[in-house]
Design a protein around this ligand. Sequence first.
Ligand SMILES: [Ca+2]
Ligand SMILES: [Ca+2]
Ligand SMILES: [Ca+2]
Length: 564
Amino acid sequence: MRRRLIVAALAALCFFPASQATVGQQPDLPSTTKPAYTKVESQLSDLAQRAIQDGVLASAQLAAGAPASLNGQVAVTIHHRNAPAAIARAVEQRAGVVANVEADLVEAYVDLLDVPDLSEHPLVERVTLIRPPKPLGSPRRRSRAVGFGNIVSEGVIRHNARAYHNADMTGQGVKVGVIDVGFEGIRTAQANGELPGQIRRRCYTRVGRFNQRLAACEADTAHGTAVAEALLDIAPGVTLYVANPVSLTDLQRTVRWMANRGVKVVNYSVSHAWSGPGDGTSRFSNSALKTVADAVQRGILWVNAAGNEGRSTWSGAYRDRDNDGVLEFNNNRLERNRVRLARGESVIILLRWDDTWGGAATDLDLYLRTGSGTLVARSVDRQNGASSDDPIEGFSFTAPRAIGGAAATLTRYFVRVEHFAGPAPAWWQVQAFTSQILQRRQAGRSVGEPADSADPGVLAVGASNQLRAAALERFSSRGPTRDDRVKPDIVGVDNADSDVWGPWFGTSQASPHVAGLAALLLQTNPTMTPVQLSDSLKESARRRGSPRPNNTWGYGLAWLRTPR
Ligand SMILES: [Ca+2]
Ligand SMILES: [Ca+2]
Ligand SMILES: [Ca+2]
């Protein structure tokens, strides 16, 4: 199977390419020093420093292990002081590839060796790695033999879409977008009659570049194909638009492209790294939170998977009872939080805390170590109140592949958070994007971004197993949000059948079921606004739990009333 490193580096275990597992497990990371380059994100600074120590060949190899790369160059976002032309020129002068140019940022591919020099440009505020988003679902380990067409998701019955189908309402005339990370097998799904013969598309081949060839959308993973299939089972008559944006700016532009073509419902079964304090705001112009609000403004109902991090998020009060500067995950002074990773598995681990974005005064740092204490990943940005200092740390890490060992063997790693400087924050939070679980965790406050948007035109969708629809999936992310709003908004079913993956799991599948329901509603009343659609779906949902809404089920299990 063909795999691009760009997205695969962040995708789940089953998507991970066999060729990549060399970088990110370096055992010789400095444990006590701050990053060498002050305007460069910690993980990127460490990569650049290593490239400079090891030379040109190592630079290309290290870049290939970064979350997104192209021809030995690493994909970065250069935040600048409204100097787009000057920064684009600076990139090109160093033989970098400019991908997207915006008023306050440039996305580009650059050589690791050039990162320190670029960052010293007086108009550059900060240089960060582009981390492609995280898909929120995966096939079962043991997949069944793939069928040929006529596979219908059980969601059709579980959400009462059948009542609409019986009345010949299948979403005809409604334009729906599926934005995802990859659409492997999409042409096979068309040939099998599981997806429409005509699909409008915007297929990205790298940051900033796209074309009309479906083959280009087929890279990386079948996740998007499985998502589209679930949506089309609920609403087989819709006009389908697909896109696989890589960067946040790609996502912004994809939304405008879809809105300009009259798309009224978008499904996004994807999470991004935090870009703000968790109250729905962000100081960054390219934040996914701003993009989804822009979509709603343009008349699009945004349906987003709530996240699968219900068992891999920790959130709580500041504790350091033994006063050693290492934060504690419980009252027993537990200073390390275990996560077991499969060999070759890739994770992103994030830390944020209660502080000012664009002026963080407290400096916390995030580390990952093996059971024997070897440091394998770190994020140690300096925060000391400057206008570019944010209360967040994060890194991507790939567990080393076995040398002769069984691939399924799990290895223990430990997350550790240290208080480097500044006043103690009221709360702090750790989230790991992994199919594994954190030893110490809280289900609450685990809804991802941008599902945690405060915009009423955004629906965050949790997942319940279609065979046991009275219980929420344990992994399904729960509310409240960091600022105590109720999430998710509604729940859809997963473990429903598909052609591409057979039955599969995740809020990734629950979400397009709900997006399909919205398309059915729109056909009967094409003038409904995003907020009216969202309200209607919440109102007709089958109540689960109390009060209504609540932080497990939101307004309940999605359900359409039989049309009259
Ligand atoms: Ca189907
Ligand atoms: Ca301590
Ligand atoms: Ca820090």
